[in-house]
Design a binder for this molecule. Structure first.
Ligand code: EPS
Length: 390
């Protein structure tokens, strides 16, 4: 499968086209809208989220509640567009309009795509860069991820995400019985954290950053249960599932690093404390006694829960200015104030969950069968039985 997205942050809409989804997957707008609403929440978001109320239009590939096997097209309108019809209009401007909006953006924000993007595409008005590099685009990545999650749920695979760290405030590793418990507790938290003891502290850190005109980042974790064994491959670099997941996480705006299982801690421990011992039982088949490697060995799933973490840097759009250079005057200036979020880590957890869901759904469809949901289901089930009895 693959998908493309299009659309600018303050343009009329965002679009995703998904190609290669099996026919016969039940799919309703509400399956997607729930995740769009989750992405909009989170303490630390700016004013834009009060303007938007993201809902999806399914405009291709679905009939009477089921996918057809044809491309699935999804759109989400930008409510803010009505305030930007001149600045972001598609047609040429008349003289009066051009005069009204003549201010170009010539002052790149440190840490954003502005300057590199302007140099790459030759844009003297850096609005042409920032409109697309904006994290607004993650709206339709979450929409595509929600479709992937629906496919995973049909195969008995469950996924959750939560926040582990914000602005240096670290939560305890969550102790939960079921993913449902983890989901219910973290969804009820305004910073999407399981550990109640640090919730207020995280919110205070966000308030403090906001007060100082600054921004803060953090760490999010995605957990997936129910993947069959052997998804991905060891035979070639571009078929390793952990490599694909790592690329997906780092492709999220402002994400700078990835860990699986105990992650970077593995550098400080001997092999005997890193690798997971193998066991077998009649009910479960092969399993690991621990899950330090986060469900992935040799580029393939082990059947244990997949545990992936991503590091998000603080958002580079700051009220507190950093030095930059105006590309017209070449004079130093203190970077401009744009409307921004002081912390988007809770929302980014939902984005991380979505991109992980996409990679896993894609790997399953590629490996087991891609045309029909019933055949895909039977094929995944057969693999589960096979690996139990192997
Ligand atoms: C963003 C800047 C803000 C954020 C935006 C990402 O938008 P605006 O420029 O309209 O104030 O709210 O995030 C979203 C719109 C979203 O849907 O997540 C940026 O510069 O990346």
């Amino acid at each position: 499968m693959r998908y493309l997205t299009a659309g600018e942050s303050h343009g009329p809409q965002l679009t995703a086209i998904i190609e290669g989804l099996p026919a016969g997957l039940p799919l309703l707008a509400e399956d997607i809208n729930n995740d769009l609403a989750r992405r909009q929440k989170g303490y630390g978001r700016g004013r834009r989220m009060q303007i938007e109320k993201d809902t999806v239009n399914i405009v291709g590939g679905v009939r009477h509640g089921y996918t057809l096997g044809s491309p699935v097209a999804l759109t989400v309108e930008n409510n803010d567009w009505k305030h930007w019809t001149n600045i972001m209009g598609q047609g040429p401007l008349n003289e009066a309009e051009a005069e009204e909006i003549k201010r170009k953006i010539t002052n790149p924000r440190p840490g954003h795509a502005d300057l590199n993007g302007a140099l790459k595409y030759g844009h003297r008005d850096m609005r042409n860069v920032l409109e697309r590099s904006s994290a607004r685009e993650t709206t339709v990545r979450v929409a595509a991820g929600a479709v992937a999650k629906k496919l995973l749920s049909q195969l008995g695979i469950d996924i959750a995400s939560h926040v582990l760290e914000i602005g240096g405030v670290r939560a305890e590793t969550p102790q939960y019985e079921t993913l449902t418990e983890l989901k219910e507790r973290t969804e009820a938290s305004s910073v999407r954290v399981f550990d109640k003891n640090v919730e207020k502290e995280m919110m205070n850190a966000i308030d403090e950053a906001k007060k100082n005109g600054d921004s803060i980042g953090g760490i999010v974790e995605v957990i997936v249960e129910g993947m069959p064994v052997g998804v991905g491959s060891y035979v070639h670099y571009d078929r390793k599932l952990d490599a694909k997941l790592a690329a997906a996480i780092v492709s999220i705006n402002a994400f700078k690093g990835v860990e699986f299982g105990i992650g970077f801690e593995a550098a400080r421990k001997p092999g005997s404390e890193v690798h997971d011992e193998i066991d077998w039982s009649k009910e479960k088949g092969y399993f690991r006694k621990t899950n330090r490697l986060g469900g992935l060995e040799g580029g393939m799933t082990t059947g244990m829960p997949i545990i992936v973490r991503g590091v998000m840097k603080p958002i580079p759009t700051l009220y507190k200015p950093l030095q930059s250079i105006d590309i017209d005057s070449k004079e130093p200036f203190l970077a401009s104030i744009e409307r921004s979020d002081s912390c988007a880590v809770p929302a980014a957890a939902v984005v991380a969950e979505s991109v992980v869901a996409w990679e896993l759904a894609n790997a399953l469809v590629e490996q087991f069968y891609g045309d029909r949901m019933d055949v895909l289901k039977a094929s995944v089930e057969a693999q589960r039985e096979y690996s139990k009895e192997f």
